[in-house]
Design a protein around this ligand. Structure first.
Ligand SMILES: Nc1ncnc2c1ncn2[C@@H]1O[C@H](COP(=O)(O)OP(=O)(O)OP(=O)(O)O)[C@@H](O)[C@H]1O
Ligand SMILES: [Mg+2]
Length: 218
């Protein structure tokens, strides 16, 4: 039993566990990848019917819905799933919640992107965390985008996912810089109640370094 699960949907390859755990109350958050069949047919993703949320990137969302705009795609996807979140890479993310009629858009945080591997996965993980915590939609998008933005600054996928101390350090740093847009800072004000000060003091962290794909000269 779990409060939430992430399903990586594959066209034409239904995963029976999705319906099983959903029936026991697990909230399912679905991601998807490039459709190698080229069909881009939502009927090939029957497990979507058991999911609370679907979080494709813009290209995937537009192809699956036959639209040319990621925001229109998000709206179209809510015919299939209660909550559609379309990620827009370095532009952020847009979400539509059919149950509340709410929409939200949060721009990405400007970072030096070193390695985008896993940005989508880290985004989903951050979104699940915020959802289980009961935050409002815009805060969930902001938190997911922050975790993903911090991860693309480092090499690797899961290894670059931030923990609370990276988030606390970021929050302390952005508030200490001159000339910040107060409205932009306000978007992350929800972090204030979550981060103990000592989190930010534990820095720098020792971080595991990915070894696959890296070769040093002998
Ligand atoms: N260059 C970037 N700068 C800041 N944030 C980024 C950047 N790239 C991605 N992100 C964050 O990560 C989220 C997911 O990225 P993207 O839309 O590229 O997903 P994706 O294509 O599914 O990624 P993946 O290749 O990991 O599956 C974005 O919504 C954004 O919040
Ligand atoms: Mg993806």
């Amino acid at each position: 039993r779990a409060r939430a699960a992430v399903a990586s949907l594959v066209p034409g390859a239904p995963a029976p566990w999705v319906a099983q755990v959903a029936a026991h109350g697990t909230r399912i958050f679905a991601d998807v990848g490039w459709d190698d069949t080229g069909a881009w047919d939502l009927a090939a993703l029957p497990d979507l019917a058991h999911c609370e949320a679907f979080l494709p990137n813009a290209e995937e969302a537009m192809r699956y819905t036959g639209t040319t705009c990621p925001r229109a795609a998000a709206h179209a996807l809510t015919a299939f799933v209660p909550l559609a979140v379309v990620t827009l890479g370095a532009e952020g993310a847009y979400a539509v919640d059919r149950r509340t009629g709410e929409t939200a858009e949060v721009p990405a945080i400007e970072v030096e992107a070193l390695d985008p591997t896993g940005a989508g996965d880290v985004f989903v993980a951050g979104f699940v965390a915020g959802t289980l915590a009961g935050w409002r939609l815009a805060d969930r998008l902001a938190f997911a985008g922050l975790t993903a933005a911090l991860s693309v600054q480092e090499f690797g996928g899961s290894l670059s996912a931030p923990g609370w101390s990276e988030i606390a350090t970021w929050w302390r740093k952005v508030r200490s810089l001159d000339g910040q847009d107060p409205a932009a800072l306000e978007r992350y004000a929800f972090l204030a109640g979550l981060l103990p000060e000592e989190c930010a003091r534990r820095w720098p962290l020792r971080r595991a370094v990915p070894t696959i794909g890296f070769r040093r000269p002998a």
